[in-house]
Write a protein that binds this ligand. Structure first.
Ligand SMILES: Nc1ncnc2c1ncn2[C@@H]1O[C@H](COP(=O)(O)OP(=O)(O)OP(=O)(O)O)[C@@H](O)[C@H]1O
Ligand SMILES: O=c1ccn([C@@H]2O[C@H](COP(=O)(O)O)[C@@H](O)[C@H]2O)c(=O)[nH]1
Length: 246
């Protein structure tokens, strides 16, 4: 480890967008992107950062789209949660290929493929230097993996929730639809809620606000970005509770 590289955060919850893992593929996982993500995680693991990951499922299945095609919403959501397990297992393989010890913990019991989610056990794995991948979301329909990420970050006592996605941060409008939108460097939880910004769902933001869990939204697809956030480079958008401070 380079002695001058001092991580700003000791334990983090990294939310990986399922959609970002598609890379140039129309669906599923681009193995090249997955390999690069594993390398990025390796870079911060080397700095001694304890890393827990929540992975989305949007590259495979989302409950709302199933429901819009006439499926029962709860069933569709369970399918979405199972999609996150597939992504979790793929990420586990990619991390182990670069020599990182991992454990997958699932919020839905499936003991043949993953440990059950047990908070204290997850913390113990982190202390031992294993990357813990939380799969199957909260285990409950009508939620998202962003909400799972906020919840798990709080439960394990992470110092920050790092939302790694396909865009550079939080914008006044969706930058994928409005390329002229200018990114916020910093924004409060309340403003994200008031302006109804679509980068994360309101449940996730409210939970983070209630527990004062700082969120950093940044682009996963730019090499080295995870490490840059850890070292305190001012990239992305910081979402935090400064409403009453300024
Ligand atoms: N105001 C906004 N600022 C930034 N991004 C926004 C905004 N509104 C909508 N978005 C969209 O939100 C997306 C970020 O969410 P992301 O892809 O990580 O979603 P997710 O639902 O968590 O993903 P997945 O389900 O694939 O894990 C971006 O791709 C962006 O297009
Ligand atoms: O707690 C949860 C988490 C997720 N789901 C379902 O899974 C899909 C995929 O998750 P994303 O956050 O969209 O990546 C989601 O659309 C839900 O259908 C869930 O029900 N509960």
């Amino acid at each position: 480890m380079n002695q001058t590289e001092k991580p700003l955060y000791q334990r983090i919850l990294l939310k990986l967008s399922g959609e970002a893992l598609m890379g140039r593929e129309p669906y599923g996982i681009d193995s090249h992107v997955l390999g690069e993500v594993a390398e990025q995680v390796g870079e911060i693991h080397e700095l001694g950062v304890e890393v827990a990951v929540v992975i989305g499922g949007g590259n495979i299945f989302r409950g709302v789209s199933g429901a819009s095609r006439g499926m029962d919403r709860s069933t569709a959501d369970y399918m979405g949660m199972l999609a996150t397990v597939m992504n979790g297992l793929a990420l586990q393989q990619a991390l182990e290929k670069v020599g990182i010890a991992t454990r997958v913990q699932s919020a839905i019991d499936m003991k043949e493929v993953a440990e059950p989610y047990i908070r204290r056990r997850a913390i113990r794995h982190l202390e031992k230097g294993r990357v813990v991948i939380f799969a199957a979301g909260t285990g409950l329909p009508f939620f998202t993996t962003d909400t799972t990420a906020a919840l798990r970050a709080i439960e394990i006592g992470a110092s920050v929730l790092m939302k790694a996605t396909r865009v550079d941060g939080v914008y006044p409008t969706d930058p994928e639809k409005d390329p002229s939108a200018v990114k916020f460097d910093r924004i409060s939880f309340s403003e994200v809620l008031q302006k109804n910004l679509g980068v994360m769902d309101a449940t996730a933001i409210s939970l983070a606000r209630d527990q004062n869990m700082r969120i950093i939204v940044f682009n996963l697809l730019k090499k080295g970005n995870i490490k840059r956030v850890i070292l305190g480079d001012p990239i992305g958008t910081v979402v935090e509770g400064f409403d009453h401070v300024e």
